[in-house]
Design a protein around this ligand. Sequence first.
Ligand code: COA
Length: 301
Amino acid sequence: MLETATLVGRPYAGPADLAAMQALLRVGRRLADSTTNWSPGELEWGIVTDVPATDLSERVTLWSLAGRADDRPIAWTWWTPPDELDWFVEPTIDGPGIRAAILDRLEQPIRTIWTTTAHTAVIDLLAERGYERDGDGYLHFARSLDAADDPPLRLPDGFSVRAVELPRDLEERVRVHRAAFAPSKMTVEKHARVAGMPGYRPDFDLVAVAPDGTFASFCIAWLDDETGIVEFEPVGTDPAFARRGLASAVMNTAMTRAAALGAGVALVTSRGGEKGIRGTSLYRSLGFRQVRETVPFRRPA
Ligand SMILES: CC(C)(COP(=O)(O)OP(=O)(O)OC[C@H]1O[C@@H](n2cnc3c(N)ncnc32)[C@H](O)[C@@H]1OP(=O)(O)O)[C@@H](O)C(=O)NCCC(=O)NCCS
């Protein structure tokens, strides 16, 4: 049995810790574990866009078991103010004991906790502690990259799909993101930080360009060579160009490129419920099927 008494947490301390967090996700991905909702690429996007760089060490904690021959992290937690927790435990050692030990040791206030619906051990633990399901979460989709199944790319006349060229395209790239996700917190500085992440590849930051050079649609695909997974995060279209097949075109282009580089599976996530209808419909239309759902549990005050 796992000796949870030796569980210790330490604050995130830099890029080597991001790599350690991704390594844990790869274990889950290789096992096709139904509780693993994160992918290595989506973690990079989330960390760089959701957590101010100055706050990383306050929000992200890496957990290990002291005294083990190897003291590598076996879990991570990600706290979002004022009281929200996302977390991941290496599936080979996951269980109610280690989850409870983490909750007991966390110093930040916690009232909302995220889990996949497949993670019954966590859901039971949360119920014991007075947490209740609290609304919609996220739907996770997957499809295989058997390019032979895909129809040829169709684009409206004069439109093209290409990779961004930074820094030349930076402002227009940020404009189209902000148009799709309005009201959006994306900024030129933030996209530049995204572009500085280890897993970011400019050839997978794709845009659909209108005849006058305006960016109409975009996606970033995060290709993880080690697992053969490519994850889309984010995908968007300027509403002025909606329903012309442009998000489909940038995603299909990325999937063809990823397959040519050896990727076997594409992943993407949308909001659950009403808010996610457009994304969910797009992904289903491209052959993605829902494989997981993550939901928030909340403890009454
Ligand atoms: C979701 C989004 C990217 C779709 O972009 P788009 O360029 O309009 O998508 P496409 O034209 O390629 O649509 C392909 C298919 O997706 C589905 N779809 C797209 N938008 C839809 C909508 N508003 N309602 C229902 N289905 C929709 C349809 O099946 C559509 O095919 P059809 O037009 O032949 O019926 C765009 O609406 C958007 O940016 N939304 C805000 C940001 C967002 O939610 N991003 C996704 C989550 S990260």
